[in-house]
Design a protein around this ligand. Structure first.
Ligand code: MLT
Length: 271
């Protein structure tokens, strides 16, 4: 699927769009994990339910989107404001919106900035809380690692946790796909993602104000954002649906694409 491009200020945001310009369809925006790109949503973009249009942006610096050096104090909310601007440019006033892991953090930033945009929410393999002091120290080591070794060092470091045990043992074709996606990202994008995630605020206060239909999905073997984190999101949002995908790790949409797409289709079908 060819990427589409939109100017946002002095930068360009790239996105995958299953039905460009078809404004009559209902839209669902899917935000990718770190350190990947919109391409991770390929399986979901191939199985869009009837009447829907899926849009998967590349967050600033990732995939085909341009980047500038992250400023001190930048947080995921910079990614969120890009998405708010993209939706305004596309004439989309209301949409289902969600993301996996970092994409979930960015969704929470959208709820802080422009809650009226979300008609329903999807939180996959993500968490509400900000980084702990240990988590921030780990981000700093990862920044040093990407400066020293580039994306391949990050892929080596993260791979054992990105994929679940069952996928690593029984589904060996997933790892090269993920490694390839990571290796295609620029060191600047990876550094930008780490800085912005490290500075993200605690999103727990959003729970009390979130009233739209919400789907929470998590891989049973997710080690980065374990199922208890998803349970906490689902418990906090009235009427939220929690789907735990068995034998699946952190990258649930790639490891178990059919189960993930089914959960998504059934949620969208009920809206
Ligand atoms: C992700 O998958 O987006 C990241 O692992 C999230 C994180 O590092 O907090």
């Amino acid at each position: 699927m060819p990427r589409q491009f939109q100017h946002i200020g002095t930068r360009t945001l790239a996105y995958l769009d299953t039905a460009p310009g078809e404004s009559a369809r209902r839209t669902c925006v899917l935000l990718h994990a770190f350190p990947l790109s919109a391409a991770m949503w390929e399986p979901q973009l191939q199985s869009v339910p009837e009447g829907w249009r899926f849009i998967a942006p590349d967050l600033r610096g990732f995939g085909g989107s341009s980047e500038t050096d992250p400023a001190d104090g930048d947080s995921v909310d910079e990614f969120s404001s890009d998405i708010v601007s993209l939706l305004a440019e596309l004439g989309i006033n209301e949409t289902v919106i969600g993301g996996l892991s970092m994409g979930g953090y960015v969704t929470m930033g959208i709820l802080r900035r422009a809650p009226h945009l979300a008609s329903a929410l999807i939180f996959a393999d993500t968490r509400l809380g900000a980084d702990s002091p240990e988590g921030r120290a780990n981000r700093r080591s990862m920044i040093a690692l990407v400066d020293r070794e580039g994306p391949s060092g990050i892929a080596r470091e993260m791979m054992p946790k990105l994929l679940g045990k069952t996928t690593r043992e029984t589904n060996p074709q997933v790892e090269p796909v993920v490694r390839h996606l990571i290796n295609r990202q620029s060191p600047l994008a990876i550094r930008g993602g780490l800085v912005r995630m490290m500075n993200r605020p605690d999103s727990s206060p959003l729970l009390a104000t979130t009233t739209v239909p919400t789907l929470v999905i998590v891989g049973e073997e997710d080690e980065i954002t374990p199922p208890a984190e998803s349970q906490r999101i689902a418990d906090g949002i009235s009427g939220a649906t929690l789907v735990v995908i068995p034998k699946t790790g952190h990258l649930s949409s790639l490891e178990s694409p059919d189960a993930f797409s089914q959960a998504l289709a059934s949620f969208l079908g009920g809206l």
